[in-house]
Ligand binder design. Structure first.
Ligand code: SAH
Length: 345
């Protein structure tokens, strides 16, 4: 198993090359892609239009990386949280959210996270490794298989920093995006970053149609650094410059996430500063009532403050909405995912 290649790490073009290197015709790649992502089979033996010989070859050299569901929790609002066995002794969390406009999956990009944001439940748990592209894709497949339905949107907002696993995340997007596979359009994929500035420039140059979300959460370096250590590496000025570059390159709106914590970043002065910072930018602000984590110092702002904050932004030319919290009763809301009992080794 250890030395086998994961068939779900290949985008369609790579799979064609791979099949050619196995002495096969490249149209076989499209057949395999369809079995994997349209028919969603779990065994090579189910790929009945491939020769027996090819199936045997595939079985010997490749794994299908079928995750096992270790645990599934369902919230009163229909949100489902999955704990998947990633087959090497580790486990990851994936969340399914049901909105009126369709089903959204919040995927993890790493096992653990190195960013250390003070308000996030992933902090304080050891970083293990980044997920492979196949493991990112498999989260979507495994949920679709479980619910017997199609997913319409993907958000990279689970555990991990997607831009700290840049290449695998980009490869996963190519696979997810392919019309002959899962066929989830780039416009339906959002990537959220804590602000790895060099990667924001790189992502801008990809000119993808995905939505970019920036976890901003504060408007001064002092406050942002106290909440997010990454700000010591790339400060707000550098972050904003990279965002402006992204907008000029892609002509796409950025979504700034701002988690409101009581008496920390939720008063009108903060709102004023935010207007100053974002004035004239093609953007949207997503206000998240902060979820208190175990032993965390930040607590949720009052509804009154959250609404006052939103209204101030809207009245001053910044489009802002309050994110509806889903799955909080099963620890599946924003920033609540953590690797509980995740190491089986
Ligand atoms: N590492 C990426 C993506 C994962 S977090 C990032 O930082 O953007 C997804 C979103 O949830 C981020 O905006 C993050 O700041 C926010 N978040 C984390 N913990 C939270 C909490 N306790 N309450 C509310 N939002 C939180």
């Amino acid at each position: 198993m250890i030395n086998m290649k994961n068939i779900k790490e290949y985008n369609l073009e790579d799979l064609k090359e791979e099949l050619i290197s196995l002495g096969e015709k490249k149209y076989r790649a499209e057949q395999i892609f369809k079995w994997l992502y349209v028919d969603k089979v779990k065994e090579f033996d189910e790929m009945t239009n491939l020769s027996l010989e090819l199936r045997e070859k595939l079985k010997k050299e490749y794994t299908m990386c079928n995750f096992k569901i270790l645990k599934k929790q369902e919230s009163a609002d229909g949100t489902k949280k999955y704990l998947f066995d990633v087959l090497d002794g580790n486990a990851i969390e994936t969340v399914l959210m049901q909105y009126h406009h369709g089903k959204t999956i919040c995927v993890s990009s790493q096992i653990g996270c190195k960013m250390g944001c003070k308000f996030c439940a992933s902090t304080g748990i050891q970083f293990v490794r980044s997920l492979t592209s196949g493991e990112i894709v498999e989260q979507i497949l495994a949920v679709e298989q479980d619910i017997g339905d199609k997913i319409s949107n993907i958000v990279f907002m689970g555990i991990g920093e997607p831009f700290d696993n840049y290449d695998n995340v980009m490869q996963a997007i190519k696979i997810i995006n392919n019309q002959k596979g899962l066929n989830i359009g780039a416009r339906h994929i959002s990537i959220s970053t804590s602000g790895l500035v060099p990667m924001i420039y790189k992502f801008a140059d990809e000119e993808l149609q995905c939505t970019l979300s920036i976890s901003l959460h504060a408007t001064t370096d002092e406050k942002r650094s106290s909440m997010m250590p990454i700000n010591n590496r790339y400060n707000i000025k550098e972050l904003m410059e990279s965002c402006k570059y992204y907008i000029s390159k892609t002509n796409k709106r950025i979504s700034f996430e701002y988690a409101l914590a009581k008496d920390n970043n939720d008063n009108l002065d903060d709102a004023k500063q935010l207007v100053k910072l974002l004035k004239g930018m093609l953007c949207h602000v997503n206000l998240i009532p902060i979820n208190k984590i175990e032993n965390g110092k930040y607590t949720k702002s009052s509804n009154e403050n959250i609404i006052r904050f939103r209204d101030y932004l809207n009245e001053n030319g910044i489009v802002a909405t309050i994110r509806r919290e889903l799955g909080s009763d099963i620890d599946a809301a924003c920033g609540q995912l953590r690797r509980k009992n995740l190491n089986k080794k």
